[in-house]
Write a protein that binds this ligand. Structure first.
Ligand code: ATP
Ligand code: MG
Length: 219
């Protein structure tokens, strides 16, 4: 039996906030492993272009290289079609009945979870470890949301006492799109990967980047 925290995300790109969350969960809850599990085509992110799965996975692997207890998991990307968290948790428990899973999230996910596919199943399936995170829409305090989800769905939710880190993938994509550096927000290898593959470029800076990286296939 191993205690495994699932760190799921689009990871477009993975950043230092994700890594800090994983590390805090690993240490605070005595996990044996944290599985970094990139999503396939995420159903709730259909409104924007999501980078190729190959690029997102490559960046996750670079980010966790040499990090104790951190493991890459292709459990979602290897499934066809939409991958919903409710299904993932069910399938994980079936595939690995010997392990004890928990689900690591930021507060924004806690506030939005009720709009996911079959939220009751997600919330009842595995314990949740949640870290606070800046959230710009109106919302109750985190403790209130935890009490609400616990009462309504029988969720088991614990707080990750993580230092709040104000980074999002969206902010990184926007900065890089304008040709700015975001290297302070991502591990070194990820910063290099973004540059050499010309990810997140807007049309005007994309051509310039492609010119500099002619030998690399860009999706
Ligand atoms: P995007 O801006 O594209 O939505 P993101 O930075 O929110 O990207 P995701 O891949 O959507 O990253 O997030 C995966 C999980 O990590 C979610 O549960 C999210 O709440 C959590 N998370 C991401 N960044 C942080 C952060 N800075 N602090 C706390 N939790 C975070
Ligand atoms: Mg997000």
């Amino acid at each position: 039996m191993a205690k495994i925290g699932i760190m799921g995300g689009t990871f477009d790109p993975i950043h230092n906030g994700h890594l800090l969350l994983g590390r805090q969960a690993y240490e605070e809850y005595g996990l044996d492993f944290v599985w970094f599990m990139p999503s396939g085509q995420p159903p709730h992110k259909k409104d924007r272009h999501v980078s190729r799965m190959e690029d997102r996975c490559a960046m996750v692997k670079l980010a966790i290289e040499g990090q104790k207890g951190f493991v890459f998991s292709d459990f979602e990307v290897s499934r066809e079609g939409n991958t919903y968290t409710a299904q993932t948790m069910k399938l994980l428990k079936e595939a690995y009945p010997q392990h004890e899973f928990s689900y690591i999230i930021g507060a924004d996910s806690l506030y939005e979870m009720e709009s996911w596919y079959h939220p009751a199943e997600v919330l009842a399936s595995v314990p949740i470890l949640v870290a606070s995170r800046e959230y710009d829409k109106e919302h109750p305090v985190m403790k209130k949301q935890i009490d609400y989800l616990t009462d309504r769905y029988g969720a088991r939710i614990q707080i990750l006492h993580c230092r709040e880190i104000n980074i999002s993938s969206e902010e990184i994509r926007q900065a890089v799109g304008k040709g700015l550096f975001a290297d302070d927000c991502v591990p070194k290898g990820v910063g290099q990967y973004i540059r050499s593959h010309c990810l997140y470029r807007e049309p005007d800076t994309l051509q310039k980047c492609k010119g500099k990286n002619r030998n690399i296939t860009i999706g």
